[in-house]
Design a protein around this ligand. Structure first.
Ligand code: 5AD
Ligand code: FES
Length: 371
């Protein structure tokens, strides 16, 4: 799909054509990845973070937030719960936390792989190549790192670089600058990881054109996993406080600001499916947060084929509030499991058996990633 066609769909507001878009995306999902919905058990292993992302509720400037880091035994016990519930994958997610020692995590990964047949996905922010290689060698299968927006000046504005660390790009504003996360994603693929990325929808300053370019980037990166959700302002963050330095005057992008709505999220899910037919695409918690009643189901009916039930112990959930009123903050792992099973059955879909690797993985298999 070319840029202008994507842009046309992002601006479409009429019900009839949108109904056709949902149908096309759903047919494409069915033809390429089938009716199974894969369950990825999410373990939020630490809410410590050294970054100052302007949108994120666990960024290091949120001083009032109580911080936690799970123990290896707590993580292992979540992994065993995943097996008990029949999940094929666990996703270990955290803020960018150097307190997660590379050798310690490699050991946790090895223990999960030795004791279960789970696929292991990591979502731990920007880590050094040696650490990423170590975790891959320990058995990690997949890595998620959203690029958040392909508009580099917007990205740089909402995602200040770590002081003392260069991001490996040309100076912001330079026409030849590359998005730092594209480079990391390519390195992850070289290491043999299945790679996942995605964006937030409706960041202040993000235009329809930007979002169309984001969707094109999903295709050019040939992602195996694509996660998208609406931007949800967090009142304890600089962007959520909406200061004039962080948000461009509306006149600068008049009429072009992309809204952070539920409808826009479905459009991006559907277009991601059509541009990357065999990717694994979750119906995300952020979507469930803005429509608790039917958001997950509608995501699954408009292109998504994955959900991520939360396995994080209940005592830590509220501390992982990257945006406010996050869904499933009080529910136990068993609650989320039961809830999602019911929702999947309710729309006539089945639960995926096994790891649920993306068919796209075969295109990228290297000797390091086989076996
Ligand atoms: N609103 C929506 N999504 C957010 N994320 C972080 N903060 C917010 C927010 N305020 C998303 C980012 C990140 C993922 C883990 O959560 O896209 O990559
Ligand atoms: Fe957690 Fe529904 S998925 S309660």
């Amino acid at each position: 799909m070319i840029h202008s066609e994507i842009l046309h769909w992002l601006r479409e507001e009429n019900e009839d054509p949108l109904t056709r878009l949902w149908k096309r995306a759903d047919d494409c999902r069915c033809a390429h990845v089938g009716d199974e919905v894969h369950l990825r058990g999410l373990i939020e292993i630490s809410n410590h973070c050294v970054r100052t992302c302007q949108y994120c509720g666990i960024n290091r400037t949120h001083a009032a937030l109580q911080r936690y880091r799970m123990t290896a035994d707590e993580i292992l016990s979540c992994a065993h719960q995943a097996v008990k519930f029949g999940y094929g994958t666990v996703v270990m997610q955290a803020g960018e936390d150097p307190g997660i020692d590379a050798d310690w995590l490699a050991d946790v990964i090895r223990r999960i792989k030795a004791g279960t047949s789970l696929a292991v996905t990591l979502s731990l922010g920007e880590r050094d190549d040696e650490e990423l290689a170590l975790w891959r060698a320990a058995g990690a299968d997949r890595y998620l790192l959203r690029f958040e927006t392909s508009n580099l000046s917007l990205y740089n504005r909402i995602h200040p670089p770590l002081s003392g660390k260069t991001c490996g790009t040309a100076a912001p504003g330079c026409a030849n600058a590359e998005h730092p996360r594209f480079a990391i994603l390519r390195r992850l693929r070289k290491l043999g990881y299945e790679i996942g990325s995605g964006v937030m929808i409706g960041i202040p300053g993000q235009t329809y054109e930007d979002l169309a370019s984001d969707i094109e980037a999903f295709a050019s990166l040939d992602l195996e996993m694509i996660g998208v959700g609406p931007y949800l302002p967090h009142p304890q963050t600089p962007l959520g406080k909406a200061s004039s330095e962080t948000i461009p005057p509306q006149s600068a992008i008049a009429g072009r600001q992309c809204p952070n709505t539920e409808l826009m999220t479905y459009k991006v899910i559907a277009l991601a499916r059509l541009t990357c037919p065999d990717a694994n695409i979750p119906s995300t918690t952020a979507l469930a947060t803005i429509n608790k009643a039917t958001g997950r189901e509608l995501g699954l009916m408009r292109g998504a084929n994955v959900v991520m039930p939360n396995l994080t112990p209940v005592q830590y959930r509220a501390m992982y509030e990257i945006y406010p009123a996050k869904a499933c903050i009080q529910e136990s792992a068993a609650d989320c499991h039961g809830c999602l099973k019911g929702r999947i059955a309710g729309i006539g879909r089945s639960i995926g058996i096994g790891r649920g690797d993306s068919p796209a993985r075969k295109r990228h298999a290297t000797p390091a990633s086989r076996g």
